[in-house]
Design a protein around this ligand. Structure first.
Ligand code: SF4
Ligand code: SF4
Length: 265
């Protein structure tokens, strides 16, 4: 998240061109890795915990803190900065730079571009439109360099497009905050939101070691995928979230469970 004073109030599209280059010999190298708030996405957490060979619980405990967003009541996760004067990122060092570079979070990939999503009505349908903006911090000298980009080529070079693809479904869930009359999440729902968004290893245990599969109708092929593939499990977490937040009937309760419930009444 950026201080709004450094956000250029011009909306960019994928074809907008700019000149920029960041490299180890630039005077400001690593200046952008201090005194910042980095909000993590589910795919950021997945990549980082695997990079550091930690469980999601260990990673979240050691490297992050969570904060309830006032407007939406969603719990969001942020990278815990060092407690030094500069509030530097735990992964930065000088002159080496980012120690987890190939798995760095999506907001670091985008920088000095920022990205936001807008909800719009189009032909009776709600669509989510992504747009971009420049972040111009006085210490960043990369804008004085000559390498030419478009927003699209920058995203591709930084692998930000892959991260966007992985997080798109989750971001669409965040948009519930704009639905009029949507209730704030209670503490139980906030815990479910946190687990399904970030704590993948705990979510795996929730699916496989609780009565979850006795209650919901999930076919064998999908169960196998969820066991074998973390991306499938992460996406299933988003489906579960839509169900618990009552956005869609994205999961079906088994008919025999419904029958048993009716019989009890
Ligand atoms: S994760 Fe890497 S690129 Fe991002 S702030 Fe930390 S050191 Fe810098
Ligand atoms: S401040 Fe700008 S140019 Fe300098 S290291 Fe960070 S992104 Fe690169």
């Amino acid at each position: 998240m950026f201080n709004m004073e450094v956000v250029e109030p011009v909306r960019l599209d994928l074809n907008t061109g700019f000149k920029f280059r960041c490299h180890k010999d630039i005077k400001c190298f690593t200046r952008c890795c201090s005194n910042i708030d980095i909000m993590l996405t589910p795919y950021d957490v997945l990549r980082l915990k695997n990079r550091l060979k930690m469980s999601s619980e260990e990673f979240l405990e050691k490297y992050t803190f969570s904060k309830i967003d006032e407007k939406s009541s969603h719990p969001y996760v942020y990278l815990k900065m060092n407690k030094d004067e500069k509030r530097s990122c735990p992964f930065v060092s000088f002159p080496e730079g980012c120690a987890i570079y190939t798995d760095r979070p999506v907001s670091c990939r985008y920088y000095p571009i920022g990205q936001a999503t807008l909800k719009k009505q189009k032909d009776n349908e709600i669509v989510h439109e992504e747009f971009y903006f420049f972040v111009r911090e006085p210490h960043c000298l990369g804008y004085e360099e000559d390498t030419e980009w478009t927003v699209e080529s920058w995203r591709a070079e930084q692998e930000a497009s892959l991260y966007d693809e992985m997080n798109r479904e989750w971001k669409s869930i965040l948009m519930r905050r704009d639905i009029p009359g949507k209730a704030q999440l209670d503490p139980q729902k906030q815990t479910q939101f946190y687990m399904a968004s970030y704590d993948l290893d705990k979510f795996r245990r929730f699916v496989f070691d609780s009565k979850f599969l006795d209650v919901f109708n999930i076919d064998e092929e999908e169960i196998k995928k969820l066991k074998d593939n973390e991306i499938s499990l992460m996406n299933f977490g988003f489906r579960y979230l839509k169900y618990v937040l009552m956005m869609e009937e994205s999961l079906k309760v088994k008919p025999e469970v419904l029958e048993a419930k009716k019989a009890k009444k």
